[in-house]
Design a protein around this ligand. Structure first.
Ligand code: HMG
Ligand code: MG
Length: 346
C-alpha cells in the first residue's frame, strides 16, 4: 500500500500515543445507531490495528445520547486485549455506578471552558459541573481507576465566540486539581489554528501544567486539525485524540463535525518518522467496513485515497471483493488505483 516518503522533523516526540475516540465521539453523533455487536466488532478491529487506547462508549443519560444507550451491553460483549485500555465517559456518580463492576479501568469526565456549553452539554454551570465531577474523580481514584478530563470549547464557542486563553487555563487547572491524570484540550467546533494552539500550550506551561499532562482533541471542521496537531507536537504534546475514518462530532455543539481522522494522523506521523504502532492498512479496512455499516463514506482523505487501492489490490490478487465495503471504497475514491511508488512503511 502507498505510504508517505519519510522525512523527519526536529523537535518532535519519537512516539505518539493515539487516543482513539471513534467508538465514542465518532458514533455519538452518527445518524445511524449501530447495534452493540457491530460496535464490539469496531472496537476489536481497532485493537487489532494496533491502537492501545480506545474510548469505547459513554455512561451518560441515554436520552441525551441515544446512540450510546447500550453501554452496558457493549461492555458485556467487548473482548479486552491485554495492554489495551478502554476508557469510558462518565459525567456523574450515576454514570460511575453504572460503569463500576463492568471491568472499567479508565474513565473520562468532560468539562467546558464556557458557561453556555456547560449548560447545554451537562445541564449545569461550569461551577456546577465541577461540583458534579468532584465525587466521581474521588471515588474513581480510590477504586484505582485512571481518570482523564476533557475540556471543551478551548478555542471558540458557537454561542460565545472566541474563548480567552486565561479562561481555558483556569478551568483546565481546576479539572486537573480534582485529581485527574490527564487533561485533553478540545477544539470542539474546530475553529483553532496553529498559532492559537501554541499560545494555549505556552499559557498552560506558564501556569505550571506541562505538556506531559496534556492531550489534544481536534475536530476538523475547517481542515485545521492536522496543522494544529503538528503545532501541539512541536510544543511537546505526545497524546493525540483521533477518530477512525474521521467520523462523528458532538450532538450538543452546533457545527461540530468529525474529529481528526486517525488515518490522516497516522499518515502524517509515519511521514515524520514518529512511531504510533498502528497498522494503517488494517485501520483503513476498518473504516471502509464501518462506512458500509453507517451507510456513508468516510470523510477521511487518507481513507478515500487508500481504500480504492486496497480494493484493487485485493481484486488483482483474486481475493473476494469485500461486498458493500468495496463498493463504498470505490464510490469514495473513484479511479484512485495507482499512484507514486510506496515509500518504506513503519
Ligand atoms: P440531568 O438531567 O441534569 O441529570 O442531566 P440529573 O442529575 O438531574 O438526573 C435526572 C435523571 O437522569 C435521574 O433520573 C437520574 O438518575 C438520571 P430520575 O431520578 O429522574 O429517574 N441520570 C442518569 N441516567 C443514566 N446515566 C447517567 C445519569 N445521570 C443522571 N449518567 C447529565 C445531567 C450529565 C446526566 C446529562 O446532561 C448528560 O447525560 N449529558 C451528556 C451529554 C453528552 O454526552 N455529550 C457528549 C459528550 S461531550 C463531547 O462530545 C465533547 C468531547 O468530545 C470533547 C470536545 O470535543 O470538546 C469530550
Ligand atoms: Mg469531541
Amino acid at each position: 500500500m502507498r505510504a508517505p516518503f519519510r522525512a523527519p522533523m526536529e523537535g518532535l516526540p519519537a512516539r505518539v500515543t493515539i487516543y482513539e475516540v471513534g467508538p465514542r465521539d465518532g458514533l455519538q453523533n452518527e445518524k445511524t445507531v449501530l447495534p452493540a455487536t457491530v460496535k464490539a466488532e469496531f472496537v476489536a478491529r481497532l485493537a487489532r490495528a494496533g491502537l492501545t487506547t480506545i474510548e469505547a462508549t459513554s455512561f451518560v443519560h441515554p436520552k441525551w445520547v441515544p446512540q450510546l444507550a447500550d453501554a452496558e451491553e457493549l461492555l458485556g460483549r467487548m473482548e479486552r486485549v491485554p495492554g489495551v485500555r478502554y476508557p469510558v465517559l462518565v459525567p456523574n456518580e450515576r454514570g460511575l455506578d453504572r460503569a463500576l463492576g463492568l471491568g472499567v479501568t479508565d474513565i473520562a469526565i468532560f468539562g467546558s471552558a464556557t458557561e453556555t456549553f456547560a449548560q447545554r452539554n451537562l445541564n449545569r454551570s461550569v461551577d456546577g459541573s465541577l461540583a458534579m465531577f468532584a465525587p466521581v474523580v474521588e471515588r474513581a481514584c480510590a477504586a484505582g481507576l485512571a481518570v482523564r478530563a476533557y475540556l471543551s470549547m478551548c478555542f471558540g464557542d458557537p454561542w460565545e465566540g472566541p474563548v480567552p486563553i486565561a479562561q481555558v487555563v483556569r478551568t483546565g487547572k481546576r479539572l486537573l486539581d480534582l485529581g485527574c491524570d490527564q487533561l485533553s484540550l478540545g477544539d470542539t467546533i474546530g475553529v483553532g489554528t496553529p498559532g492559537h494552539v501554541t499560545a494555549l500550550l505556552r499559557a498552560f506551561g506558564e501556569a505550571g501544567v506541562g505538556t506531559e499532562r496534556l492531550a489534544v482533541h481536534f475536530h476538523d471542521t475547517y481542515g485545521q486539525a492536522l496543522a494544529n496537531t503538528l503545532a501541539a507536537l512541536r510544543a511537546g504534546v505526545s497524546v493525540v485524540d483521533a477518530s477512525a475514518g474521521g467520523i462523528g462530532g458532538c450532538p450538543y455543539a452546533k457545527s461540530a463535525t468529525g474529529n481528526l481522522a486517525t488515518e490522516d494522523l497516522v499518515w502524517m506521523l509515519s511521514g515524520l518518522g514518529v512511531r504510533t504502532g498502528v497498522d494503517l492498512a488494517a485501520l483503513v479496512e476498518t473504516s471502509v467496513w464501518l462506512a458500509a455499516e453507517l451507510g456513508r463514506p468516510s470523510p477521511s482523505r487518507v481513507v478515500q485515497a487508500l481504500a480504492a487501492e486496497l480494493a484493487t489490490t485485493r481484486a488483482a490478487a483474486g481475493q473476494e471483493a469485500a461486498g458493500p465495503a468495496a463498493e463504498r471504497a470505490s464510490e469514495a475514491a473513484p479511479g484512485r488505483s495507482s499512484g507514486p511508488p510506496a515509500a518504506e512503511q513503519e
